[in-house]
Ligand binder design. Sequence first.
Ligand code: PSU
Ligand code: MN
Length: 304
Amino acid sequence: MQAPDEVVAALAAGQPVVALESTVITHGLPYPDNVETAVSMETAVRAGGAVPATIAILHGTVHIGLTVDQIEYLGRLAGTAIRKCSRRDIPIALARGEDGATTVAGTMILAQQAGIELFATGGIGGVHRGHPFDISADLIELGRTAVTVVCSGAKSILDLPATREVLETHGVPVIGYGVDEMPAFFARSSGLPVDVRLDTPQQVAAVILARRQLALQNGLLITVPVPAAEACDPEQVEAAITQATHEADQQGIHGPTATPWLLRRVMALTNGRSLRANTALLQNNGTIAANIAAALSRGLSANS
Ligand code: PSU
Ligand code: MN
């Protein structure tokens, strides 16, 4: 495992650190927007008061924190066969000396091993529409790895009610950050209730501390809606998603390639609109995760 001095020093001193994933760079966004967005997300984490650590596997080594050059290297691999690393894939990439982009599940595992509690991303995987057994490993990981994931819910390319049920089954609290309904990525709400609404970083930090005191080994999901100015028209997005899911079924696209394929197709069908929303919510989530990490680290030092 390799980490830049800044990340090592912050972790050793109990200062706030926020993990970021790399599959969003290689499989979620096109080049060069992916690089720009990843770098701006790191800036947003700093602005929120924490040190960013983008997690990826490079030439068979786990990196907890990347340089801008390394982010650029990964960004250029978008659209290639770079391995998308969820729990099952990490040992394969390591043993074979490959590059690997970590998903939400993969990033949670490596963040926890590095001692990072907060992780910010855009959307988690879920249950695919019309494919009730294609359940993202993200949901299972949230049930068994004690990392707090700040995201904007899940895209409605997924079956959101089924996704919500699976989270419940695995004991994952869904917290609405300033909202009563779980957001649906491009749209600010999904019609699905959250388990609790919390409005400040301190309130979220208190839940993290309570979970820690009980040594519960599950993750927490903090859902933050896309900033209102950048939210997409729900009907337009829904039309694009319905078309994309239909095309995927017709072309027999399923398994790990389903999510990246649908993301690309929806982005193309909605032109630049969805890309802007995507970038805005990623930055916003980075800042909020940093605010929570900072509140947590203050709370811990006040207690010790
Ligand atoms: N949803 C998005 N953007 C993404 C992903 C999901 O809006 O980039 C990525 C994340 O890395 C997530 C992964 O962990 O897709 C889920 O893939 P799967 O459904 O194969 O588990
Ligand atoms: Mn899947």
